[in-house]
Design a protein around this ligand. Structure first.
Ligand SMILES: [Zn+2]
Length: 268
C-alpha cells in the first residue's frame, strides 16, 4: 500500500482562509481568527495601499497581519486579460518585491485579481517566483489542487457554513483533505453580500473545535504538499527519502510516523 500521508502534526484535514485586497475590515476579521487560533492568508495590492478609505496602509497591514500570511494580489489590481503581458509580469513581480521589502518576509503566494486570468499568466507567476496562485472558481470539494498555480478554492465564504458539516464529518481514511475558503473583508459589512460577522464567528467556533484540522497559511500548505509529492520512495515501497525542508507525517498500522528533512528511513 502507498504511504498514507497526513498533514503536519498527524492531522487529516487542513483549513486555508484566503482574503483579497487588504480591506479595512480585515482588522476585525483577524481579531476573530486569532481568537480561534485560525491562520489566514491576505493577498495585497502593494501599489495602491496608501491613502484609501477601502484598504489598509502598509504600516497597518504589518501590524494587523502579524502571525498570518501576506501574499500578492498584483500591484494595482488590473484586469489581467486587458493589459500587455509585459505589464502583467511587472504587476506580479513588483507586487512581490514591494511586499517583501515592507514585510521583510519571503512572499511566494498570490491570488488572481478580477476573477479572470489568461493561461499565459500562470507561467509568468512561476517565472516571478510564485509557487501558488488562487483563483475564484469554487469546486465545492476538499481536494488538493493538481497544480498550485491554478488553486481553485472549495467555496466563497458566503457558502462556508454549508460546506462545514461535510468537512467536519469527513472519514478518517480520507487523508490530506483541504477546505479552502476565499473572500473579502468588506463583505462582512456590505448588505446582501451573503456574509456576516455572525457567520464568521459561527464558522470559526465550530471548525476550531475539531482537533483533526491543521490551520495554515496557503504557502505552508503548498510547500507541504510539494514535499509529499516529491518524497522519494523505493520501488518496493520499503524505503523513503525526504529531500525537502519539511517534516513529513504519515500513518501506519502502528500509528503516526514522521520523517525529518533530509532523512532516509526503512518504513516497513
Ligand atoms: Zn481583489
Amino acid at each position: 500500500m502507498a504511504m498514507a500521508f497526513l498533514w503536519p502534526g498527524g492531522k487529516n484535514k487542513a483549513l486555508a482562509m484566503s482574503y483579497d485586497d487588504g480591506c479595512r475590515q480585515d482588522k476585525q476579521l483577524v481579531e476573530v481568527l486569532n481568537r480561534y487560533g485560525i491562520k489566514g492568508t491576505f493577498h495585497l495590492n502593494s501599489g495602491v495601499m496608501e491613502n484609501t478609505s477601502y484598504r489598509l496602509s502598509k504600516e497597518e497591514a504589518l501590524q494587523i497581519y502579524e502571525g498570518h500570511e501576506i501574499a500578492c494580489h498584483t500591484l494595482t489590481h488590473p484586469y489581467l486579460e486587458r493589459i500587455a503581458y509585459s505589464e502583467v509580469m511587472r504587476e506580479i513581480w513588483c507586487d512581490r518585491a514591494n511586499l517583501e521589502a515592507f514585510t521583510g518576509r519571503q512572499i511566494r503566494g498570490m491570488s488572481y485579481p478580477m476573477r479572470n486570468h489568461p493561461a499565459e499568466t500562470e507561467e509568468m507567476c512561476r517565472a516571478a517566483g510564485i509557487i501558488y496562485a488562487r483563483t475564484a472558481e469554487s469546486t465545492g470539494k476538499f481536494n488538493l489542487p493538481e497544480d498550485f498555480i491554478r488553486w481553485e478554492p472549495t467555496c466563497h465564504q458566503s457558502e462556508m457554513l454549508e460546506y462545514l458539516p461535510t468537512f467536519l464529518k469527513l472519514d478518517k481514511w480520507r487523508k490530506l483533505s483541504l477546505f479552502m475558503v476565499w473572500g473579502h473583508g468588506f463583505e462582512f459589512e456590505r448588505e446582501n453580500s451573503g456574509v456576516s460577522w455572525e457567520m464568521l464567528e459561527e464558522f470559526c467556533s465550530q471548525v476550531s473545535q475539531d482537533n483533526d484540522v491543521w490551520f495554515a497559511g496557503c504557502t505552508e500548505i503548498c510547500r507541504y504538499v510539494n514535499a509529499v509529492r516529491h518524497a522519494e520512495v523505493s520501488c518496493d515501497g520499503n524505503m523513503v527519502y525526504n529531500p525537502s525542508a519539511e517534516t513529513l507525517y504519515w500513518e501506519t498500522d502502528d500509528g503516526m510516523r514522521c520523517l525529518l528533512p533530509g532523512e532516509c528511513k526503512n518504513i516497513r
